[in-house]
Design a protein around this ligand. Structure first.
Ligand code: 5GP
Length: 132
């Protein structure tokens, strides 16, 4: 089977990139964002393409972890802080009910390989997973 040369090259580009991620550039205020919370370790801002009335991204400031599986294995306390931040922001900015999504891998829709939680809240009734 022939594998297109470009496939391996793209993967190497991602794996060897030394460019800061787009989220690190938001942390550094190089790119503007609607920041709703910031601590020493975590930043939260509104998604630029919202999929719900309230759609936040909660992001560790470190870009050491590409996805939630790496974060859970490497720093479970930081993952817990992400979840606690999501919950608190859903209380403050919506009715406290929220969906937490971690796209993990390109095949699952992940486009930014700096771990982040999508917090979706406000009027989710019609889009509930498994809700009959
Ligand atoms: P993923 O597809 O990796 O799970 O999620 C990446 C998310 O980042 C997408 O929902 C996308 O809309 C959001 N996003 C990408 N670039 C920017 C940006 O420059 N600013 C903000 N606020 N969100 C962004």
């Amino acid at each position: 089977m022939t594998v297109p040369a470009s496939a391996g090259r793209r993967r190497m580009d991602v794996m060897t990139s030394t460019e800061p991620s787009i989220f690190s550039r938001i942390v550094a205020r190089e790119i503007p964002a609607d920041v709703v919370f910031e601590s020493d370790a975590v930043i939260a801002f509104r998604d630029i393409a919202p999929q719900a009335p309230v759609h936040l991204l909660v992001v560790p400031k470190t870009e050491q972890y590409r996805d939630v599986a790496e974060l859970a294995a490497g720093d479970p306390a930081l993952l817990a802080e992400l979840v606690a931040t999501a919950s608190r922001l859903a209380d403050e900015l919506a009715d406290g009910h929220f969906r937490l999504v971690f796209n993990t891998g390109a095949g699952a829709g992940q486009t930014v390989f700096h771990v982040h939680a999508h917090v979706l809240a406000g009027g989710l009734e019609e889009a509930s997973l498994g809700g009959a």
